[in-house]
Design a protein. Sequence first.
Length: 159
Amino acid sequence: MEQLDRGYLFTDIGAIEVTGTEQGIVSVAFVESIDTEAACRTKAVQRCITELSQYFGGRRTRFSVPLSPEGTEFRLLVWKALKKVPFGRTASYSKIARVIGHPRSAHAVGGAVGHNPIAIIIPCHRVIGSDGSLTGYAGGLDRKRWLLEHEQRVLAARG
């Protein structure tokens, strides 16, 4: 396996660790501590940090950095569907299940969403309960709420 590179972005809602190779990003996650030896040498990791910084600054609504998530065929299918949920919008687990052609798999979709290795870029924060409630988020519900509100603020500012 190709050597993993790491870099960090410090945001209003905590430190984000970006892990990847020259081929693409394998992980974007909120972390409590950082690796002070992280190199941040690869173009993919550098570009991802730049794009995330632009997202948090309200200047980016879509990501173009190459991704290399690892998961089962079902999880990859769910994550691909998540990338189609528009900036500032939300979708329910059951809607994602219908979109991927597995209408009775909302619970399994929830499992796949919960194992998303690339937060924000694969926007699992945009998935909510069928009743509109905020449901689990690996980064914490406060961060999920902040991300959803941030996207609404950006859209409102753009008119």
